[in-house]
Design a protein around this ligand. Sequence first.
Ligand SMILES: Cc1cc2nc3c(=O)[nH]c(=O)nc-3n(C[C@H](O)[C@H](O)[C@H](O)COP(=O)(O)O)c2cc1C
Length: 512
Amino acid sequence: MSNTDVAAARAYHDATKHSLASVQRSGHVLDFANMPLPFKVYPQLPPIPLPRDFTLSRRPALAAIVADPGAVDDGRTLDLATLAHILYFTAGVLRRRAYPGGDAFFRAQACTGNLHHIELYLACGELPDLAAGVYHFGPHDFALRRLRAGDHRATIVHATTGESAIAHAPVVVACTSTFWRNAWKYQARTYRHAFWDDGTLLANLLAVTATLDIPAHLVLGFVDDELNRLLDVDGEREVTVSLVALGTAAPPPPSAPPAPPLGCETLPLSAHEVAYPEIVAAHRASSLSSPDEVAAWRAAADAVAAEPRDRLPPSSTFVPLAPSVAPAHEEPIERVVLRRGSTREFAREPIGFDVVSTIVRSVSGRIPSDVEDTARGDLYLVVNAVDGLAPGAYVVERDGDTLVQLRAGELRREAGHLALGQALAADAAANLYWLVDLPRVLAHLGNRGYRAAQLDAAIRGGTTYLAAFALGIGATGLTFFDDDVTRFFAPHAAGKSVMFLMAIGRPASRPR
Ligand SMILES: Cc1cc2nc3c(=O)[nH]c(=O)nc-3n(C[C@H](O)[C@H](O)[C@H](O)COP(=O)(O)O)c2cc1C
């Protein structure tokens, strides 16, 4: 199956839509006796403990969140302490809570069902206090484990067809998803979650690296098999999802040593695993199989012309965003990450229009990547309770500074329904939905565009968490009834597909 046969991405997306009927007939029961291990553990490999004596940055969190992560000065040597800082505030275990069924681990990033299925690996050249190698990050004991010795970055340069951000990065982060750890609960819909949950993680990573003055560049075009082989993952149960080049100042790496299969032992995840062929098919169909295919894919992304603007009815009500606001208590991004946790109940209290405006701007910035804006969607809002902004439905204009009112009036009941009937969406002050013109993205980028569209929205969703907590309010990701959301925002959203949903507002209980 080829990347250009986009019926595959379409079929996956359609088959995994939630509707009232699909949820009612699901019948899926959680088998707690077979719940997967929440970590990838290599019992035979010696841990390289990561230092935990972090010095918090002085830059206010919002400045790090809105910074263009590709344009920050490359002012920092990447060493073990810096990597530890990045890894802890990107994906570290921050809290552990005992439940009757076992301990739950809460991490720096939000994740569907708290079923953290994204693994992080590093490939680096020689660093001041870390030998060149390919490493796995173990959040369970906050340690690295070396999978391969030697500088293997040239393999990634090859797999990305000479992508220059990779070629000059002293460290490349690779993110994988181990589907079963999430599919245990979410079944075939987990393929969406691979990008959702990688996106919330990357939102943290981009903000933390920006605050540390480390340029970061996301790369989605790579030969899948070459990356999977390098990380020694099988490409079906665990797959590479994204790459991030950290730093810009390294000379191009030397040729890489051979990378034979490792056969490292890892602890079994569950007594047995259930396969979801829809996931495997969607991933295969969006895989790139040769450096030439990667080059053509990247060229297609570069060639995409400026997007045609949605035609708005002449009677539209335009509302300029309010000036951005600074938080009452400025704190660095690390403290925001430590306080972040999905809001479990919203008070039906208003938030300010300036707060909403600041969040909308914070999540509308550039994400430096090999696809740039090609797969970016539009941001729609349901406003329930915002001082200075009439309740109703809105879309953010492409200038990122103006709202267009699509519907006026109280929409709490509708917002609750769209989020699978969850009170969180009805009680929130506002809901943010990213919808993308999927046929257009797939026409340009093939099935791989599906990955890019999900990930772009998810990074913006993850950034919403950070911006909301930086501003002293709460937030949570939510799932949704796909087609009902599109119909709700029609005709403006006709033909678009929902990628991500966030609710923001005042928590009912005191925030952390
Ligand atoms: C993409 C996404 C979708 C989510 N959907 C829901 C949801 O539908 N309902 C809900 O109560 N929480 C939802 N959550 C919140 C997760 O349950 C929460 O992130 C997880 O339990 C970890 O907790 P933490 O965010 O406090 O670390 C979602 C989170 C994400 C990132």
